[in-house]
Design a protein around this ligand. Structure first.
Ligand code: AMP
Ligand code: MG
Length: 293
């Protein structure tokens, strides 16, 4: 099922059924060592599949339903199958804030895996049309939920030992640190945090970052008020004319796709401030450009 959430559209299935989970990995072309997030209707349901400590409960109570995923020790007898967890003894859990997702989760009752509904390595879909274009063939049902409010994947925090930020997102580092203290960086070990692979979220065109003067033939993702005339031969998408980071996050993948569809020589992107939500935007852009892995 194509399922809208407030972050991005997911390709959703029963987390307890290996055949359903295998079909999702296959439809996305996603390597099976990259575990999936289990989505639940509420904290009580999440506590049935993962072991919560005080820190986890504090974060869940503050940010759920919402764009925060917690990586926790798996609970014995929990319903998230081995394949969904990539064989790890940990599980990633989240309660999404979209009314359609919550209604489906409440009606279904059990955990639902719902990785972004894109082909692995491509930008996440933030509209139903983009989701259907990417993985619609694998889905029997696709639910309309409008344009995703957040537009970037959830923040992922591991609470296995010291708290670690595995993936920045709309719940910011500062908001989390205010509740549970300093966050360590993700381990270099990509296996513990497989979403950190190189060239993720990538359009077909090459991506250049921190560009102030785009070249002819390029598509340009601007940020903030226009400062001068558009150079000849450059097509411009402005992520946020008013320099709002939340607007830029919500538009990032839509504009990346639109820019890519114009078949530019490259997509060049204006500098984006690193503060708050900017950390998550710059993380996705760096992966789209193949800068980090
Ligand atoms: P995605 O489904 O693409 O939004 O990605 C889910 C993210 O959560 C990936 O970056 C995974 O590496 C991470 N993740 C899911 N389950 C686990 C787990 N058990 N341990 C560590 N990271 C996880
Ligand atoms: Mg994804």
């Amino acid at each position: 099922m194509i399922l809208p959430t407030e972050t991005v559209y997911g390709l959703a299935g029963d987390a307890a059924t290996p055949l359903s989970v295998a079909a999702i990995y296959s439809a996305k072309g996603r390597p099976q060592f990259n575990p999936l997030i289990a989505h639940l209707a509420d904290l009580a349901s999440a506590e049935k599949v993962a072991q919560f400590d005080d820190r986890a409960r504090k974060l869940a109570q503050a940010f759920w339903p919402g764009p925060l995923t917690l990586v926790l020790p798996v609970k014995a007898g929990g319903q998230v199958c081995d394949l969904a967890r990539a064989g790890l003894d940990t599980v990633a859990v989240r309660v999404p804030a979209h009314p359609v997702a919550l209604a489906v989760l409440a009606a279904f009752g059990g955990p639902v895996v719902a990785p972004s509904a894109n082909q692995s390595g491509r930008p996440s879909p933030t509209t139903l049309a983009d989701a259907v274009a990417e993985t619609g063939q694998a889905a029997q049902v696709a639910l309309e939920g409008g344009s995703c409010r957040v537009g970037l994947e959830s923040t992922v925090v591991s609470l296995l030992d010291e708290p670690r930020l595995l993936r920045p997102g709309a719940v910011t580092r500062a908001e989390i640190e205010a509740l549970i203290g300093p966050l360590s960086e993700a381990e270099a070990d990509a296996h513990r945090s497989p979403g950190r692979m190189t060239r993720h979220y990538a359009p077909r065109a090459p991506v250049r970052l921190n560009v102030l003067s785009p070249l002819p033939g390029e598509a340009y993702l601007a940020f903030g008020p226009a400062t001068g005339p558009v150079p000849a031969g450059v097509t411009v998408w402005n992520l946020s004319p008013s320099a709002s980071l939340s607007e830029a996050a919500a538009r990032l993948f839509v504009d990346l796709r639109a820019a890519d569809a114009s078949h530019p020589t490259a997509i060049s992107v204006a500098p984006i401030p690193q503060s708050g939500l900017g950390e998550a935007i710059n993380d996705r852009l760096a992966r789209a450009a193949g800068w980090i892995g």
